[in-house]
Design a protein around this ligand. Structure first.
Ligand code: BTN
Length: 264
C-alpha cells in the first residue's frame, strides 16, 4: 500500500541551517538525481533536495536500476555546490556514515555498517545505496548531486534482491515515520558536510571504524576478476580511495570504479 509523504510535516520537523530547507517534492518522478542534474543552475541552491514518493526510473551504480516500492521508502537527492571539485568520494562516505549512526541509534545496536564504496548495510543486508554524480559546464564544475535510496517501510523484495536487501521496518519490526527520519538524516548529513569541509582526520577515522571488513583480510574483485590473494583492508585515504595491504607487505590504493570487496 502506498502512503503519501507529508512535505509540511517534514519541514516542521526539519532542524537544519540549509540542508533540505529548499525542497522539490513530486508524487511521482523518473529519477531525483536526473531532476537535480537537469534543472537550470539559477534554480539550484546549496542544500536543495528533491524527493519523490514514487521513483519510476531510479538509477543505481554501474547503470543498474534502483527498485523502490511506491510510497514506502525514501528516494531523494541533494544538491551541493562546494567551492572545489574534489574529495567527493569522502563526502559520499560521510553521507553513508550519517545513515549508519542514525540507524544504529534507531535500532539501539551497532548493526549498521558502510559497505565501501556506497552502500549501507543493516545486519549484513543492503538497506541504502548512494549515487553521487557531478555536473560540469564545459570544464567548469557546476554542482554535485548525491542521491540516496533508503528502504524504510518496504516489506518484500524481488526474487533477485531477497536475501540481499532489507528495510529498516523489517529489521525493527515496526513501520517508521519517513518525514521524521528524513529530517533527522538531513541534520546528520549537514553536520558531516561541515566536517568534510574542515578536512580534519576525525571524519576519515569515523568512516574507517564503520566500514565492513576494516582491519581484516578480505577478498577483492578487480575489474570483475576475483583475486587469488586476500588483502588487508587498511581503510580509506584522504580522497576516499581504498587502501589495502597485500601479502607481500605493500600498500595498494584502489578507486571505486575498479574494485569490489568480498567480505564473506
Ligand atoms: C546503488 O546502490 O547502486 C545506488 C542507488 C541510488 C538510488 C538513489 S534513489 C534517489 C536517487 N535517484 C536515483 O535515480 N538514484 C538515487
Amino acid at each position: 500500500m502506498s502512503t503519501a509523504f507529508d512535505k509540511s510535516l517534514f519541514l516542521r520537523e526539519l532542524d537544519t541551517q540549509w540542508l533540505g530547507q529548499s525542497i522539490r517534492y513530486f508524487d511521482e518522478l523518473a529519477s531525483t538525481n536526473t531532476y537535480l542534474k537537469k534543472i537550470p543552475r539559477d534554480e539550484i541552491e546549496q542544500g536543495m533536495i528533491c524527493l519523490t514518493n514514487h521513483q519510476t526510473k531510479g538509477r543505481g551504480q554501474y547503470e543498474r536500476e534502483w527498485e523502490s516500492r511506491n510510497g514506502r521508502n525514501l528516494t531523494f537527492s541533494m544538491a551541493f555546490i562546494p567551492p572545489k571539485a574534489e574529495r567527493f568520494h569522502v563526502l559520499t562516505l560521510a553521507c553513508a556514515l550519517a545513515m549508519v549512526e542514525c540507524f544504529n541509534e534507531l535500532l539501539t545496536t551497532s548493526c549498521a555498517a558502510i559497505k565501501w564504496p556506497n552502500d549501507v548495510l543493516v545486519n549484513d543486508k543492503k538497506t541504502a545505496g548512494i549515487l553521487t554524480e557531478t555536473v560540469f559546464n564545459g570544464n567548469t564544475f557546476d554542482r554535485l548531486i548525491i542521491g540516496i535510496g533508503l528502504n524504510v517501510n518496504q516489506k518484500n523484495f524481488s526474487a533477485e534482491l531477497s536475501g540481499l536487501a532489507t528495510s529498516l521496518s523489517l529489521e525493527m519490526e515496526k513501520d517508521l515515520d519517513r518525514e521524521q527520519l528524513l529530517a533527522t538524516l538531513m541534520q546528520r548529513i549537514e553536520h558531516k558536510y561541515a566536517l568534510w569541509q574542515k578536512q580534519g582526520s576525525g571524519l576519515i577515522k569515523s568512516i574507517n571504524r564503520n566500514i565492513v571488513g576494516y582491519g581484516q583480510w578480505v577478498g577483492l574483485e578487480i575489474d570483475d576478476e576475483l583475486q587469488e590473494d586476500q588483502f588487508k583492508l587498511l581503510g580509506i585515504g584522504e580522497k576516499g580511495q581504498l587502501l589495502m595491504l597485500n601479502r607481500e607487505g605493500g600498500i595498494e590504493s584502489f578507486s571505486y570504479e575498479q574494485v569490489s570487496l568480498i567480505t564473506h
